[in-house]
Design a protein around this ligand. Structure first.
Ligand code: SF4
Ligand code: SF4
Ligand code: FES
Length: 496
């Protein structure tokens, strides 16, 4: 493996690595717009200038392979001046949009202006006007004046999705990003172009103008949208969750996530959540604290001989282990796995998206196998149809959008003499249940999801959205006879 020296720091890189990758292995900063670790090298922005000992001319770091013994630096006056001039060039036609630009606060132009620019403009000419608010597709808006033509977005649709919707049109300072006729940017990964756009040219319709980024806090967790288990950063403030963005993980999601996964923050927000325990009484629905509803459920279940449990793949492995244990102690192996979309369960789109729209099916199956449970859905249907189940407890999904069979299944479950639904979200289909107990969403708890490859990944815990909502761990403690103490009640991120 070749070694080189970067600003005086010796670094070893893999064969074929470029100088910018050597910089990335140190803490030395290097300005760059067009280079992205998940895309091919374009070498168009000219920001990553370096001096190489023995070479009289400056070179771009992103397209220069490291050679053993190379001595490189980017902290000389010569490099600093070159980068400043390049930045001036990028800003010639850039509008003064920062106060109304969604990228403000996380913009490559703002950041490098502060570190490499900070000059008075010498431009006397009028700026070239280009198109603003160009509707590129279902989810993305383009402001061509802000674009620095780094070509990251074009390379993304060429190399990652291979859908080629984007191109650079016209020449010189009239060049603009755009879509081909009748070919909007509507692929399933389109919002990654917003993430990789180093400036505010591409913005997300969902996030646009909703929140300034400096008012948001964030934490890392795992996407709940399917069994791929993409690593994500979730952003929130006291009003709720606002967006999720991918976190690179070579083994799991590379640098990307799908557009479906961008919506997983929505059902975790309060407006979709079940916030109190509900018990059906002769007089109507009675609302109470979640723990109080769980205690009443315990009393109800203590008179029951034939109970059964239905689990979705939407809870953590730790929850399954404890809850299945508590349940089977009293009612035997009457535990069933609800597969929401059996026909498309094994689908794969060739990039990330999996047909199994549950984050932890593998974790659930491992727990069931470990406990020797081999139940079949047909068995459950037969027992329900013949009235053999007195009380059915269902740990329902939180992402209802991927459970198209929800109404049909709840109707089937309703054949039990009593029905309890444990759920983070409210649904009109649950209104006939005898108990509805609010559960924490994946954003509010610790635990492990096991993805389709069998990789175990830990959730990060964000703020509490529904105070006193339970986890399956809490519920098993209550069913086992303990007073309610939420094992997840303390939150790293406080509460909303
Ligand atoms: S829109 Fe953004 S990502 Fe695309 S070329 Fe312009 S600056 Fe680069
Ligand atoms: S591929 Fe699956 S896990 Fe990844 S972002 Fe999309 S929905 Fe989430
Ligand atoms: S990052 Fe090297 S030329 Fe753009």
């Amino acid at each position: 493996m070749p070694k080189c020296t970067v600003n005086g720091i010796e670094v070893e890189v893999k064969d074929g690595a470029t100088v910018i990758e050597a910089f990335m292995k140190t803490n030395e900063s290097i300005a760059h717009y067009c280079w992205h670790p998940g895309l091919s090298v374009a070498g168009v922005c000219r920001m990553c200038m370096v001096e190489i000992e023995g070479n009289p001319r400056l070179q771009i770091a992103c397209n220069t392979p490291v050679q053993d013994g190379m001595v490189v630096y980017n902290n000389s006056e010569k490099v600093k001046e070159a980068v400043e001039w390049t930045l001036k060039f990028h800003l010639i036609n850039h509008p003064l949009d920062c106060p109304i630009c969604d990228q403000a606060g996380e913009c490559g132009l703002q950041e490098y202006y502060m570190s490499h620019g900070s000059y008075d403009s010498e431009m006397a000419e009028r700026k070239v006007k280009k198109h603003k608010v160009v509707d590129l597709g279902e989810k993305v808006v383009l402001d061509t004046e802000r674009c620095i033509l780094c070509s990251r977005c074009v390379r993304f649709t060429d190399e990652v999705t291979k859908t080629n919707e984007l191109g650079i049109f016209n020449r010189g300072d009239r060049s603009e990003i755009g879509t081909f006729e009748n070919r909007p940017l509507n692929n399933k990964y389109s919002l990654n172009t917003v993430d990789i756009c180093p400036v505010g040219a591409l913005t997300s319709k969902d996030f646009r103008f909703r929140q300034r980024v400096w008012f948001l806090k964030s934490f890392e967790t795992i996407c709940q949208g399917c069994s791929a288990g993409c690593n994500v950063q979730a952003y929130y403030n006291e009003n709720g969750f606002y967006r999720v963005k991918p976190v690179p993980n070579e083994e799991v999601n590379g640098h990307w996530m799908c557009d479906e996964g961008r919506d997983v923050y929505k059902f975790a927000n309060k407006e979709h959540r079940l916030v109190s325990g509900i018990k059906k009484e002769d007089s109507g629905l009675s609302h109470m604290a979640p723990g109080a509803a769980a205690v009443q459920l315990r009393e109800d279940l203590s008179d029951t001989k034939k109970a059964a449990l239905v689990l979705t793949g939407q809870y953590t492995t730790e929850e399954y282990l404890k809850f299945v244990d508590s349940f089977t102690k009293n009612y035997g192996n009457e535990v069933y796995h609800w597969i929401n979309n059996p026909k498309t369960f094994d689908d794969f789109d060739g990039i990330l998206l999996r047909g199994d729209k549950n984050p932890n099916t593998v974790g659930l199956l491992r727990v069931l196998e470990g406990k020797g449970i081999k139940s079949s859905w047909a068995d459950l249907e037969e027992k329900l149809n013949s009235g053999q189940i007195e009380h059915l407890v269902v740990a329902g999904p939180e992402n209802l959008a991927v459970f198209p069979d929800l109404e049909e299944k709840v109707t089937l479950f309703g054949q039990a003499q009593k029905l309890t639904v444990l759920t983070p979200v409210k649904s009109k289909f649950y209104e006939s249940a005898d108990y509805q107990i609010p559960m924490k969403s994946f954003m509010e708890k610790d635990g492990t999801f096991v993805n389709h490859k069998g990789i175990e990944q830990k959730l990060g815990r964000g703020p509490i959205v529904v105070s006193q909502a339970l986890t399956l761990l809490d519920l098993s403690m209550i069913l086992d006879g303990s007073d309610f103490i939420s094992v997840n009640s303390a939150s790293m991120g406080g509460s909303l």
